[in-house]
Design a protein around this ligand. Structure first.
Ligand SMILES: Cc1cc2nc3c(=O)[nH]c(=O)nc-3n(C[C@H](O)[C@H](O)[C@H](O)COP(=O)(O)OP(=O)(O)OC[C@H]3O[C@@H](n4cnc5c(N)ncnc54)[C@H](O)[C@@H]3O)c2cc1C
Length: 478
């Protein structure tokens, strides 16, 4: 198949990284169109927040947009004098945890530079939403809400994270309450919450830390309560002085795609969930005996996880998701030290309470108060508590938007996209080609980033997505 035009649907980090890598490393006469309704290509959901306290959850040195240039972002931070503009970015020990808005700006600028470098229309941003895609004999075309038809030879689905959903069905009057916030990134509504409000945050992960930080930095004086079934919180990053240099992007890329650590090599074959977890825990225990922390062995496992995960049987994956995911997530998604410190201090002062509980019902009283029935984690004791605002931080919809995103819904109806057996995103093969209802796959479609997490385990962080794209690109032109 001769590829002259690639259409990328979604211009968040994944779509931007795909476009930038194509523009830099694919044949120069290729036409690339990114369809994205937001004003910039590169920010997406993750890097659109304008809250100055919403920071990257890893150091600047581990973030990149093109694996061929692992230090591009670090150089950009120096050129932009990020530390001068944002001294708080420098954490204890010297590691740089920059604002997510700055990373978004970096990616958007990298994309804009590639647009400038190319002859007119060879790389363009079509500010629109794709609502349908059709495979034709000669190619694949996308239809947009604005009425455009974009023909191409290959269509890359980079639609990312589907919006969050409340973990329980809400009565209509509760759902319509102005301070019941289903989408935690709706900062306009979050900022409108009264400073004295009693706030219930559902979830205790990184999103909850961001939301609590936003409220506290705005001078919130009402009590903030955050709950999740086990109240597991993201682990803090290790102090930077403890970081081996190999943990920077180049070292991570080496682990993602290079040779596997000996204990991971043993895990990269079909095995039972318990065997895998036992081996990982044993490796961590061994590190501890040698005076090392869990970070090293955990990262040796996390970075090449796509190779371990692909070898596992569907039932084993289901067991791991059921029993090990929470543990994995709190070690994997680490809190930026700045947010960790802000929330810890407020907790110490009694302004923030974090505890194990599940919400069983929410009702709205006549005066607008939200009456919440909470079942405590260990005791299962049920009690009722009153709040003025509720913010849902239970995570994004892992199904990847198969029902809510019109283009994905259409491709699902056409049998081109099928939910992955894990229930996360879509089934794809090693080349990121979706596996259709009849088991066939076409070279004309590719899916990248979070909607492939069911197949690859953890293509969720920027560096993992960029590496996934690098592995996929040669196959498009083969
Ligand atoms: C809040 C948050 C913070 C994060 N922080 C970090 C971090 O610090 N470091 C890290 O490595 N990873 C982080 N991540 C992980 C993140 O998933 C990836 O880094 C990456 O941003 C995912 O990018 P994406 O483009 O796939 O998804 P998204 O950011 O969700 O972007 C998808 C884009 O697709 C567009 N789109 C969807 N459907 C259509 C359509 N039909 N037509 C046109 N456009 C469409 C949307 O408008 C959106 O802009 C974070 C994730 C979140 C949610």
């Amino acid at each position: 198949m001769t590829v002259r035009a690639v259409t990328i649907v979604g211009g968040g980090f994944s779509g931007a990284s795909a476009a930038i890598q194509l523009a830099r490393h694919a044949p120069p006469r290729l036409d690339i169109t990114v369809i994205e309704p937001r004003p910039d290509v590169g920010r997406g959901l993750a890097y659109s927040s304008d809250d100055p306290d919403h920071r990257l959850n890893g150091t600047a040195g581990t973030h990149l947009v093109d694996p061929a240039d692992p230090e591009e972002f670090t150089r950009w931070c120096a050129q932009e004098r990020i530390v001068r503009a944002d001294p708080d970015a420098l954490a204890r020990g010297g590691a740089l945890f920059v604002r997510r808005s700055d990373f978004g700006r970096f990616v958007a600028q990298a994309f804009a530079r590639e647009v400038e470098r190319r002859p007119a229309l060879r790389l363009r941003h079509l500010r629109d939403e794709a609502i349908d895609a059709t495979l034709e004999t000669q190619g694949v075309s996308a239809t947009t809400r604005g009425g455009s038809r974009v023909p191409g030879d290959v269509l890359v689905i980079a639609t990312g994270n589907a919006p969050s959903r409340f973990p329980l069905t809400l009565p209509a009057d509760v759902a319509a309450h102005p301070s019941v916030i289903a989408e935690p990134w709706d900062l306009r509504r979050l900022r409108a919450v009264d400073a004295a409000a009693r706030v219930l945050v559902l979830g205790t992960g990184l999103t909850a830390l961001d939301v609590i930080t936003t409220l506290l930095r705005r001078g919130h004086c009402g009590r903030i309560t955050a709950v999740s079934p086990r109240a597991l919180r993201p682990r803090a990053h290790r102090p930077a002085f403890d970081l081996p240099p190999a943990l920077a992007a180049a070292g991570m890329l080496q682990r993602i795609d290079g040779s596997l650590a000996p204990f991971v090599r043993e895990l990269a074959q079909p095995m039972q969930a318990t065997t895998l977890m036992r081996a990982l825990r044993a490796r961590i225990a061994q590190a501890r005996v040698q005076g090392e922390s869990w970070y090293g062995p955990f990262d040796e496992f996390r970075d090449p996880l796509w190779r371990v995960w692909s070898a596992l049987d569907a039932r084993v994956k289901a067991r791991l998701l059921r029993h090990a995911r929470r543990w994995y997530d709190v070690h994997r998604f680490r809190a930026p030290p700045q947010n960790d410190a802000i929330v810890n201090e407020a907790e110490r002062q009694g302004r923030v309470l974090i505890g194990p509980a599940k919400v069983s019902s929410i009702a709205r009283a006549g005066d607008g108060t939200l009456v919440v029935e909470l079942q405590e984690g260990r005791t299962r004791r049920v009690h009722t508590e009153a709040f003025d605002a509720i913010v849902n931080c239970t995570g994004l919809d892992g199904r990847g938007g198969a029902t809510t995103n019109p283009m994905l819904a259409s491709l699902t109806r056409q049998g081109r996209l099928v939910p992955d057996v894990t229930g996360i995103g879509f089934a794809v093969d090693a080349q990121c080609r979706p596996i259709g209802q009849d088991g066939t796959r076409t070279d004309r479609l590719r899916v990248i980033g979070p909607p492939t997490a069911g197949t690859f385990g953890d293509p969720l962080g920027a560096i993992f997505i960029a590496a996934q794209i690098r592995r996929m690109l040669p196959g498009i032109f083969a």
